[in-house]
Design a protein around this ligand. Structure first.
Ligand SMILES: [Zn+2]
Length: 352
């Protein structure tokens, strides 16, 4: 038998899986449906995008993705082969569409105020290594600002990590639901690569989460402190970092909390709103509206527009901001010899 490609239409498959389709999107290239994997955090929402051209699906909320065959296989508890055979055989069955129940979902991080308390006490127990301090000074930060921003070195040994967790528990903190903490054979510890921690704060200065600047740069320089998919672990989100003068009417928009901290320090505490990743728009409109700014200046890295995928994300950020009423949007350009706005400000500081 020839294994010629056989198209298995994704929308038809979704119907056979009993997914609720958003009727307004039918006939489009991308049809939206309820997500059977996460339940969309409630009824009436459709986070699962069905691509009719490639017959693939992706949930923008939980990240589940695959094609017609894997969608059918997973919702019917079949192997991919069994699913394929059923989908391509005659005698189709269309169950009545059913709203999935939310919260087969993974554990969510504890509320901001509680994360802030645990993280603040945790940073209070840690110190900053000479090597990491030198790295931060090199970026243009002052000793005083390094102290104030509370960068800290991750404990290097497993023993040190367990001790940190034990001390926090002794202070009365429950580590369950705090991204980064997990158990290891029953003992609480903290997960993550070696490096230094960067507090990611909201406009009130509360620590939402922590990013790690890794010592080992393989596979990216930065990583969220997270213990997703680990015993008693908790996922992180790409929280948006706010740094600088929050009363400013003008916000600079960039990617990366440390970049924002440095650029803000080098520009007399200009207000910086820093995405956790260029694709992580999340509640950007809420953050900007909450700050009450009237002008947003895009200050993404210069090389971002050369990578087509990153470019798409930047354009999406732009479109999101431009939709907010009452905010003027412009693009900041600097000498392209400098990749990021932090490098550029550093060069200015050096010539003064
Ligand atoms: Zn989902």
């Amino acid at each position: 038998m020839s294994r010629a490609y056989q198209k298995v239409p994704i929308v038809d498959t979704a119907r056979r899986c009993g997914l609720v389709l958003d009727s307004r999107t039918l006939g489009r290239r991308e049809v939206e449906a309820s997500c059977p994997f996460c339940g969309d955090r409630g009824p009436g929402k459709h986070h699962l995008y069905l691509r009719t051209d490639t017959d693939q699906y992706r949930c923008v909320l939980c990240g589940a993705k695959g094609n017609s065959v894997t969608l059918y296989a997973q919702t019917h508890n079949l192997s991919n082969k069994e699913a394929f055979l059923e989908l391509t055989a005659g005698g189709k069955v269309y169950p009545f569409p059913q709203q999935p129940t939310p919260q087969t979902q993974e554990k969510q991080p504890r509320p901001l105020s509680e994360r802030h308390e645990v993280y603040t006490d945790m940073l209070g127990l840690l110190s900053l290594s000479d090597e990491h301090r030198a790295n931060l000074l090199e970026r243009g930060l002052s000793e005083e600002r390094i102290e104030r921003n509370m960068y800290r070195t991750m404990p290097k040994t497993e023993q040190g990590r367990r001790l940190l967790a034990a001390m926090l528990r002794r202070c009365g903190h429950d580590l369950d639901g705090i991204p980064g903490f997990r158990t290891y054979y029953g003992d609480w510890t903290i997960a993550g690569p070696d490096g230094f921690l960067i507090p990611v704060r909201n406009k009130e200065g509360l620590i939402q989460g922590l990013k790690i600047r890794k010592d080992d740069e393989d596979g990216g320089k930065y990583r969220w402190l997270s213990s997703r998919d680990m015993p008693n672990g908790t996922r992180s989100y790409s929280w948006i970092h706010v740094t600088g003068d929050i009363h400013s009417k003008r916000a600079f928009l960039t990617e990366g909390p440390l970049k924002g901290d440095v650029a803000s320090f080098l520009s007399d505490d200009s207000l910086f709103v820093c995405l956790g990743g260029v694709g992580a728009i999340g509640n950007l409109d809420e953050v900007l509206t909450g700050l009450g700014v009237t002008e947003v200046v895009e200050a993404m890295d210069m090389d971002m527009m050369t990578n087509p995928q990153v470019r798409q994300s930047v354009l999406k950020v732009r479109a999101t901001v431009q939709k907010i009423p009452g905010i003027k949007y412009r693009k900041y350009t600097w000498n392209p010899a400098y990749k990021g706005i932090d490098d550029y400000y550093k060069s200015l500081a050096a010539t003064m």
